[in-house]
Ligand binder design. Structure first.
Ligand SMILES: Nc1ncnc2c1ncn2[C@@H]1O[C@H](COP(=O)(O)OP(=O)(O)O)[C@@H](O)[C@H]1O
Ligand SMILES: [Mg+2]
Length: 256
């Protein structure tokens, strides 16, 4: 299918800690489609961050295959993966990872600069900050901002260049519901107006309410995959839930 942006099949990821092997992903299959506003939910330690890191070409799978925009990541060099991240992906890390010596504005502008975009970078960066209600923070450095403010700047940085795919690891974790909601609305607008696709890992019911699709992961496997019919009008209310015919039977049901 041409609108599959990410295809993960039979993906495994093992971490070795001393003599212990942690099987973080245990044969995971997932297709992410263009325009998805996808929430990945599941208990702490279930593999959400690991999965985002693999899709984001930040780490490599132990087994199985991860394809992003039709390219098999395992066949790519580090340099090619870095190029893919720079050109086509936006990443919001759980720990923000803002550059400490740069102001909010400079942190956002920096990404545009790395991509070699010329002209109007500062204005683009400023307008993204303003869209997020962060205009007044433009001149502050990360240590002069609250966790929630840094989180929103990290989102601004990830979306500024309008990458095709944005991966966000618990992007609302430090936000109150008002800020969380304005962030989600802004991202959904980007999805609608710029053909962007969003994948979130989250524990936040608000993100789940806004999502067009909710995938539950448990012990490194997907246990349910629910697409909403019309989640766009009134998040959280009267949203009809339909399960895809090909998907496992129910919430929390172990597959395979
Ligand atoms: N770099 C790592 N080294 C060792 N174990 C890891 C590493 N990253 C994740 N894990 C382990 O893999 C499992 C999945 O972790 P993670 O993907 O962070 O889960 P989640 O994001 O759903 O909380 C956990 O058991 C975690 O301890
Ligand atoms: Mg995590």
């Amino acid at each position: 299918m041409q609108d599959v942006l990410v295809g993960a099949s039979a993906v495994t990821k093992d971490f070795h800690v001393g003599k212990i092997t942690v099987n973080a992903l245990r044969g995971l299959d997932l297709d992410i489609h263009k325009g998805d506003f996808l929430a990945i939910v599941g208990p702490s330690g279930s593999g959400k961050t690991t999965l985002l890191n693999l899709i984001g070409a930040l780490d490599t799978a132990t087994g199985g295959k991860v394809e992003v925009f039709g390219q098999d990541l395992s066949g790519m060099s580090r340099r090619e993966r870095a190029e893919l991240r720079l050109r086509s992906l936006g990443f919001v890390f759980q720990a923000y990872n803002l550059v400490p010596v740069l102001t909010a504005l400079e942190n956002v502008e920096f990404v545009l600069e790395l991509r070699g975009e010329d002209g109007g970078r500062r204005a683009t960066a400023m307008s993204v900050l303003e869209d997020l209600g962060l205009g007044e923070l433009a001149d502050r450095r990360p240590n002069e901002m609250s966790g929630g403010q840094q989180q929103r700047v990290a989102v601004a940085r990830a979306v500024a260049a309008k990458p095709r795919l944005v991966l966000a690891d618990e992007p609302t974790a430090n936000l109150d519901s008002e800020n969380g909601e304005s962030l989600l609305k802004m991202m959904r607008q980007l999805r609608d107006e710029h053909d962007m696709t969003f994948v979130f890992s989250t524990h936040d019911p608000l993100v789940v309410a806004y999502a067009s699709r909710v995938v539950t992961i448990r012990d490194g496997k997907i246990v349910s995959d629910i697409r909403k019919n019309s989640g766009e009008e009134a998040p959280g209310e009267g949203v009809e839930v339909r399960r895809k015919g090909t998907e496992p039977p129910g919430d929390g049901t172990e597959v395979n």
